[in-house]
Design a protein around this ligand. Structure first.
Ligand SMILES: [Zn+2]
Length: 195
């Protein structure tokens, strides 16, 4: 099984993060973010009313039209924490994929709030809560499963995502994090608790 990483957004800029990982014919998307500064420069832009293609042109959300050239089916959309550069494009792009959105409980609540505020698109993707920690796994398909690892960031319930792709091993998607062994809120990073 071939594993391929598609750098969709956020790679040569700050914001609008989106990465797709293709394992054989199955694809998992990590994050769908917004680039706020690209919205701010348009004084009267009301994001909730704008179309995805306009926002792509404004460079405010990832240009996911590249996904049309990737062979395979998107099986899951995974968000690692609730900052807008990771979840802000969900209301504009998620409906294009017949796939659930998976996030930690707090992140999932923020995603639902984003979806409720959307005025242009109807987003019906189910939103699943997967708590971070070794005990919890989400079976994406027969071949792929997902685990969240507890990390600290400037927002609670942040996680690294680990995509288990036996027999190819694990793919770790880790963006914003800090390893704080004595966090004010939440549990310390997992490698500390399970060492
Ligand atoms: Zn962040």
């Amino acid at each position: 099984m071939k594993v391929e990483v598609i750098a969709v957004g956020g790679y040569n800029e700050v914001g609008r993060n989106m990465t797709a990982v293709r394992c054989g014919k199955e694809i998992v998307i990590f994050d769908m973010g917004l680039r706020l500064d690209q919205i701010m420069i348009h004084e009267d832009a009301e994001v909730e009313n704008l179309h995805s293609l306009d926002l792509i042109e404004m460079k405010a959300i990832p240009d996911d039209t590249i996904m049309n050239t990737v062979e395979g089916t998107v099986k899951a959309i995974v968000c690692t924490h609730g900052h807008l550069d990771h979840i802000g494009a969900i209301p504009k792009l998620a409906h294009r994929y017949d796939a659930p959105i998976i996030a930690t409980p707090y992140t999932a609540a923020l995603i639902r709030q984003q979806i409720e505020g959307e005025k242009r698109f109807v987003v019906n993707n189910p939103v699943f809560e997967l708590p971070a920690g070794k005990k919890y796994r989400y079976e994406i398909s027969q071949h792929l499963s997902l685990e969240f690892i507890i990390v600290q960031h400037s927002i609670i319930d942040a996680a690294m995502a680990v995509l288990h792709t036996p027999p190819r091993g694990a793919i770790v998607y880790a963006l914003d994090f800090k390893l704080d062994r004595t966090p004010v809120l939440g549990d310390p990073p997992q490698h500390c608790t399970h060492a």
